[in-house]
Design a binder for this molecule. Structure first.
Ligand SMILES: [Mg+2]
Length: 386
């Protein structure tokens, strides 16, 4: 029976960074602890013991310490989290080639063709194996599509495990808050609720015109989601975590270092817009250059913590370009790639929270203007000269 109904399984590790720290250091287990920046930073992940006392992410560290003075604060170690992430996904990739990693601790998979095992049982075993071997707990949601499986795993945290049977998608969604639907958050959520849409069933039952008055062109898609319909396919790249890349081939080979650097930064700006749209951040950047009749050269470097702010990556581009290109041969192609993708905004110690917040707000304003008035409405300096 299962062979004919390929269910999609969403996995999402629980309080991932905090759990990795607790797994790595026995003294932190069972403790009220959190991973985050120092006093002027923010909490990036809080243990369940800390959440019970009202610590959440992203909460300013200063507020967290005021609320829970005995909170154990651990400095983030992203090499460690990426190591745990690889191990965790290996358990799944041993089982099936159909895996899509969407961030360091989240992804979708389905069981291989011809599978006859109950997916609930498979997920239960994985959950057990991962907890026993890695000491981190993971939640699993199973359903006929991505939308539902993802909501199930998040609703049931921690150590969640549940399935919504085929045909029961709309019924499952009906009573939930509209904020669970893709694309609903912030201003859209406020607008929907202001117009009387509180629960998902109200979106499903609305006339399209009434819904369009609030969300515009997004109305038909949103109504489909509200009915539990989601045709987004699994995007599988064997053994590869999610990354974002962009390249440019030059009509006339480049020999000017300044022009090359500006091109790379502009490529990065595009990638940053994409990761921000997807609600993610990245830790690693790679630059690649292709010289005439020569192999590509790629160099990469990681920030101490993930970021979704273009400015954090500019100095890395400058350094990497020095290492990838000696300036002697002309360049045919330039490429930039972001990897080690994390969920949400992580702002710890690179800038103080206030400073980072200001820069992120400025970047967001730029993105909004570009969306409304076109790419050329507002540009960074390096995008103007080429
Ligand atoms: Mg998670």
């Amino acid at each position: 029976m299962w062979a004919t109904l390929p269910m999609i399984i969403h996995l999402d590790a629980d309080a991932f960074y905090a759990s990795c720290e607790q797994a790595a250091d026995a003294r932190l287990r069972g403790k009220v602890m959190a991973v985050g920046g120092s006093r002027r930073g923010i909490i990036a992940s809080a243990s369940y013991e800390a959440r019970r006392l009202g610590i959440y992410t992203p909460m300013p560290t200063a507020n967290a310490l005021r609320l829970v003075p005995n909170l154990t604060l651990v400095k983030s170690n992203f090499d460690r989290y990426e190591w745990f992430s690889r191990r965790m996904f290996e358990f799944i990739e041993d089982l099936t080639p159909w895996v899509e990693r969407t961030s360091i601790d989240e992804g979708y998979f389905r069981l291989p063709d011809g599978n006859t095992q109950d997916p609930l049982e498979v997920a239960r075993q994985l959950q057990e194996t991962i907890e026993r071997r890695l000491r981190v707990t993971v939640s699993f949601g199973i359903a006929s599509n991505k939308l539902i499986s993802q909501i199930v795993s998040k609703l049931k945290k921690p150590r969640g495990l549940a399935m919504v049977p085929l045909g029961e998608e709309a019924e499952f969604l009906a009573p939930l808050d509209v904020k669970w639907l893709p694309g609903v958050g912030g201003r859209t959520e406020t607008a929907l609720k202001g117009a009387g849409f509180q629960r998902i069933e109200q979106i499903r039952e609305s006339s399209l015109a009434r819904l369009a008055a609030v969300v515009g062109d997004y109305a038909p898609r949103l109504q489909q989601y509200a009915a539990g319909i989601d045709e987004r396919p699994l995007v599988v790249e064997r053994g590869e975590a999610l990354s974002y890349s962009h390249q440019e081939t030059f009509n006339v080979n480049l020999t000017d270092r300044g022009a090359l650097e500006r091109t790379m930064k502009t490529l990065l700006d595009d990638l940053i817009r994409q990761i921000v749209d997807d609600g993610k951040s990245a830790r690693t950047i790679a630059v690649r250059v292709r010289l005439d009749k020569m192999q590509d050269t790629e160099r990469s470097e990681s920030l101490p913590e993930p970021s979704s702010l273009a400015e954090d990556f500019y100095p890395l581009i400058e350094r990497l370009l020095d290492r990838a290109w000696d300036g002697r041969a002309s360049v045919r192609l330039a490429a930039v790639r972001l990897s080690n993708i994390h969920e949400g905004v992580v702002a710890g110690d690179l800038f103080t929270r206030a400073e980072k917040g200001k820069r992120l707000a400025l970047q967001k304003t730029m993105h909004d203007l570009q969306r409304r008035f076109g790419e050329n409405a507002i540009k960074r300096g390096h995008a103007c000269e080429n």
